[in-house]
Design a protein around this ligand. Structure first.
Ligand code: IPD
Ligand code: CA
Ligand code: CA
Length: 283
């Protein structure tokens, strides 16, 4: 692997190189399945919450390798059989395929997300943009970066400078329970749609967050997220200079599931808009 732009003495160097390697390997696996055509699909809790054989194959590849290399570490991964318990202090969080709905329909936006949290704080985060073959990675205190297959330090990531909602490109997502839950993000979406320059629902939360980190998106909000949806993306955004809070405005932590993230000039305005929309809708 081409050299990382950080000192080899960095505390989590071995974990970081492993995570980058595995995210790319899992990405290659997903890409080869993607190119084979339509997939066999099972549903999970609701008709819209799907599982493909790719989710399982990617997760097995990643979690087996982590468990073999770091046997004392905990692993939390999305799909069945993904939890492995170790010492409790050091936790890997894995989304083996973020954007399953896209993947199942061969809509070309999906990712692999791998993060390591230590003592409740993010240490490293890696998001693989599978189709574009870009690796977004961050290490605590060492910045956030975008890597190509050739270079691990292709670009250092920085959030955008857009400070007005009406000049902002935002992203969001809607929960799988949207048909039955009143709190399903439509109030927030309806409030923000006429106020923003644009809103994208790309269908892969980890990529939404990576793209906030690299400044192509100005802000992102979403609720009912699971830890593997944001474990890597949060560090990417923070290391790129972004602000990440919950809907109350508290700094992001392991227990949170409602996220507002943006560049530092926009965050307060996006947070206020989300809060106003929710208040007006009685949420
Ligand atoms: C989903 C995607 C989607 C987001 C959902 C997630 P999955 O993850 O990230 O964009 O809106 O909240 O659950 O199920 O494809 O891994
Ligand atoms: Ca996900
Ligand atoms: Ca997933």
């Amino acid at each position: 692997m081409h050299a990382l732009p950080i000192p080899a003495s960095y505390e989590f160097y071995a974990e970081l190189t492993t995570a980058i390697h595995l995210a790319r390997q899992a990405g290659d696996l997903l890409l080869s399945i993607h190119r084979q055509g339509p997939r066999r699909i099972e549903t999970k809790n609701t008709a819209v919450d799907m599982l493909t054989e790719a989710d399982t194959a990617s997760q097995t590849l990643i979690t087996n390798a982590i468990a073999a290399r770091f046997p004392d570490h905990d692993i939390m991964a999305e799909e069945e059989g993904g939890d492995k318990t170790g010492s409790g202090r050091v936790l890997w969080l894995v989304d083996p395929l973020d954007g399953t709905t896209n993947f199942a329909s061969r809509f070309p936006i999906f990712a692999v997300s791998i993060a390591l949290w230590v003592n409740g704080r993010p240490a490293i985060g890696v998001v693989q943009d599978v189709v574009r073959e870009r690796t977004y990675w961050a290490a605590s205190g060492q910045g956030a970066w975008m890597a190509t297959p050739e270079r691990l330090d292709e670009t250092r990531l920085q959030t955008s400078q857009t400070s007005e909602l009406n000049q902002s490109l935002l992203a969001t997502g809607f929960p799988y329970v949207r048909a039955t839950a009143k709190d399903n993000n439509l109030a927030e979406f309806n409030y923000l749609m006429p106020r923003a320059r644009g809103i994208r629902r790309a269908g892969a939360a980890a990529l939404d967050q990576a793209w906030v980190a690299d400044g192509r998106l100005d802000g992102y909000w979403e609720a009912r997220l699971s830890p593997w949806d944001w474990a890597a993306g949060v560090l990417l955004m923070l290391e790129a200079g972004g602000v990440v809070t919950d809907y109350a405005g508290n700094p992001w932590g392991l227990g949170a599931d409602q996220m507002v993230a943006a560049n530092p000039y926009l965050h307060e305005k996006l947070l206020t808009a989300v809060q106003t929309a929710r208040r007006e809708a009685g949420l």
